[in-house]
Design a protein around this ligand. Structure first.
Ligand code: ATR
Length: 274
């Protein structure tokens, strides 16, 4: 498809975005379906990100993904939002801006893909982290489990997140071992483990034999946590599944088409393994 004056424009917006895999993923799907659209990465530096995001509507943008650190601004910028943190924007035909959070459904879809009977296996969840990703994952899991415990370096943030859920709980950072031992599902939802980041001594040795371990980080694909979980033959889920499934839901919100997640995984793996 040649880009022309009628081409609909989409973007991923954040700071930084130069290493985002979203353009590769969405342009692949756009090509798969022969849609006249293009998806680019736009770095944004702004004191008023909500205003900057709204301005894109004036340029005729059709939709966007919003990433760190502007997910709260994205929800604020919209005329209607399904959550207080948004990763997907859609400009409607009447000019109104709608915001969605597809991170939570994306995580659950990735979990279901790896462990189809997860609902029968998971009663107690431990989420490490209390940022936007942790909130989205916690909210999405909460209705299907007995408890969702948060453990975060800054405990006050964990307190605030746990209070959003009817079955939320908090553990102190020093209680990591106890948390790992009690959980059926452990979700690493901090930016730790990202390439070059500091490693933590994850107490995987204390996990129960049936425990499922998931990391939302996908660079590297095999984080230290997942490596340790696999060494113990635990089910280990990498962050690529969540990235692809949150993107697939966004694509569906924009185009009304469910894209092929398997094709996306193959394309992204080719880049990540390079
Ligand atoms: P996101 O929206 O992507 O989740 P965020 O809101 O900045 O990003 O949250 C980042 C998470 O990673 C937080 O839980 C943060 O812990 P703090 O609340 O204590 O800052 C966590 N995090 C980042 N670097 C960390 C580190 N070196 N050790 C422990 N936790 C870290």
């Amino acid at each position: 498809m040649t880009i022309n004056a009628a081409t609909r424009v989409f973007a991923v917006i954040g700071d930084p975005v130069s290493h985002s895999l979203s353009p590769l993923m969405h342009n692949g799907w756009i090509a798969d379906h022969g849609i006249d659209a293009a998806y680019v990465a736009l770095p944004l530096r702004s004191d008023d990100p909500a205003a900057a995001l709204r301005a894109l509507g004036q340029f005729g943008f059709s939709g966007a993904n919003v990433t760190t650190p502007y997910k709260e601004a994205a929800a604020r910028a919209a005329d209607a939002a399904d959550d207080v943190v948004a990763n997907t924007l859609r400009w409607e035909a009447n000019g109104a801006l709608a915001a969605f959070n597809t991170d939570g459904v994306g995580f659950v879809a990735a979990l279901a893909e790896a462990v189809p009977d997860w609902r029968a296996r998971v009663r107690r969840v431990l989420i490490v982290g209390a940022g936007g990703a942790a909130i989205a994952v916690g909210k999405a899991l909460s209705p299907d489990v007995d408890s969702v415990f948060f453990i975060n370096r800054t405990q006050t943030r964990a307190d605030a997140v746990a209070a959003m859920l009817g079955n939320g709980g908090v553990l102190g950072w020093q209680d990591m071992e106890r948390g790992f031992g009690a959980a059926d599902l452990i979700v690493q939802a901090t930016s730790l483990g990202l390439a070059g980041g500091p490693a933590l001594e994850w107490p995987v040795a204390l996990c129960q034999e049936h425990a499922i371990v998931a990391d939302i980080v996908y660079r590297p694909l095999e984080t230290d946590l997942l490596m340790k979980a696999r060494a113990r033959s635990l089910v280990a889920i990498d962050g690529l599944g969540m990235l692809i499934h949150q993107g697939a839901r966004a694509f569906e919100l924009w185009f009304g088409i469910r894209p092929n997640v398997g094709k996306a995984r193959a394309r992204l793996m080719a880049v990540l393994q390079r």
